[in-house]
Design a protein around this ligand. Structure first.
Ligand code: CUA
Length: 334
């Protein structure tokens, strides 16, 4: 029975992404971890003190034949009681003020670094994916991608958070705290990774049917690798070289794909779904739902509603003879 239970638990957890909440990989997350640990420690001490006081009161032996306190008030005992209550109130106020000051100081420390970041990335929440735009004063240096945010290691990066529809919440626990993306109310969040690596994130505010499959990934790389990535992403889509990929491009441009998706360098200029110019350079599909493999891409195109029910991507009826050319085309969008 316990074997079956373990198998069930393993099955239930297989679909979960573990987010390491107390394993910071940068200074902002580290500060938040300190605050969480301080709050937990102080709350635990208060809890222990209250339980001890309760236990003392409950188990203290009564004095023999106590006089009725209402008729014979003991002045000294009354005084002691008043002192104890005053001390407890003072301690409560001190603890609350202390925790508030710690929380305020952490908040200030996290927000004063906003001005120091050289890189600003605009993150727009959509049901149910993340639009990621690297803002630059020159339009030809601005680039848009989706669901994966590349950042340089060791530098604060400013995120300008906004929403295209409902409230979402950006959360990559190893790098920063949570911040809501609210329609009509831009927010900022600064994050920093001190070591290269991939950091998983998840929308942390219920935003509809596929809230759980609104994942993202921050990929921190050395600054030179980041710049190389940025330069590649700025290029328009690769021109298909094989006959099959060329046929696939025709299929793509003749399907409703172009109404929602952009592939820079082609007539496809839709703005309501992820930019596919460099689709093949990303590691996942459908906001972290599937690994970006040929088979998953085929499944996502032909049965998006089966993979992610309710998503705004329709399941497309692509003729089998057209599907492989289409995959060939999409897979060369490096
Ligand atoms: Cu977006 Cu939950």
């Amino acid at each position: 029975m316990s074997g079956r239970l373990a198998a069930l638990v393993a099955l239930a957890l297989a679909g979960c992404t573990r987010l390491p909440v107390l394993e910071p990989a940068g200074p902002f997350a580290a500060r938040l971890r300190e605050l969480i640990l301080d709050f937990t420690l102080v709350s635990a001490l208060v809890w222990i003190a209250v339980v001890l006081a309760l236990a003392v009161a409950a188990f203290r032996r009564r004095r023999a034949a106590p006089p009725d306190p209402a008729l014979h008030p003991d002045a000294r005992a009354e005084h002691r009681l008043h002192l104890a209550i005053a001390a407890a109130v003072a301690a409560t106020v001190l603890v609350l003020v202390g925790l508030n000051v710690a929380s305020f100081a952490t908040d200030r420390a996290l927000s004063t670094d906003e001005g120091k970041s050289a890189l600003t990335i605009r993150v727009t929440g959509h049901q149910w994916w993340w639009e990621v735009t690297y803002v630059h004063e020159r339009a030809d240096q601005t680039l848009t991608t989706a669901n994966e945010i590349h950042i340089p290691v060791g530098q604060p990066v400013s995120l300008a958070l906004q929403s295209a529809d409902v409230i979402h919440s950006f959360w990559v626990p190893e790098l920063a705290g949570k911040k809501d993306l609210i329609p009509g109310h831009p927010n900022t969040l600064v994050l920093q990774a001190d070591r290269a690596g991939e950091y998983l994130g998840q929308c942390a505010e219920f935003c509809g049917l596929q809230h759980a499959r609104m994942r993202l990934k921050v990929i921190a790389v050395p600054p030179s690798a980041f710049e190389a990535w940025r330069q590649r992403q700025l290029l328009p889509a690769t021109v298909p070289e094989t006959a099959s990929a060329r046929r696939g491009q025709e299929v793509f441009l003749s399907q409703p794909c172009v109404m929602c998706h952009t592939v820079r360098g082609t007539p496809a200029g839709g703005k309501v779904a992820p930019d596919l110019t460099h689709l093949a350079s990303r590691t996942t599909l459908a906001a972290g739902t599937l690994a970006n493999t040929r088979g998953n891409l085929a499944a996502w195109i032909s049965d998006a509603q089966g993979v992610k029910p309710g998503a705004h991507m329709p399941s497309l009826q692509i003729a089998p003879a057209d599907l492989h050319p289409l995959l060939d085309y999409l897979e060369q969008l490096q």
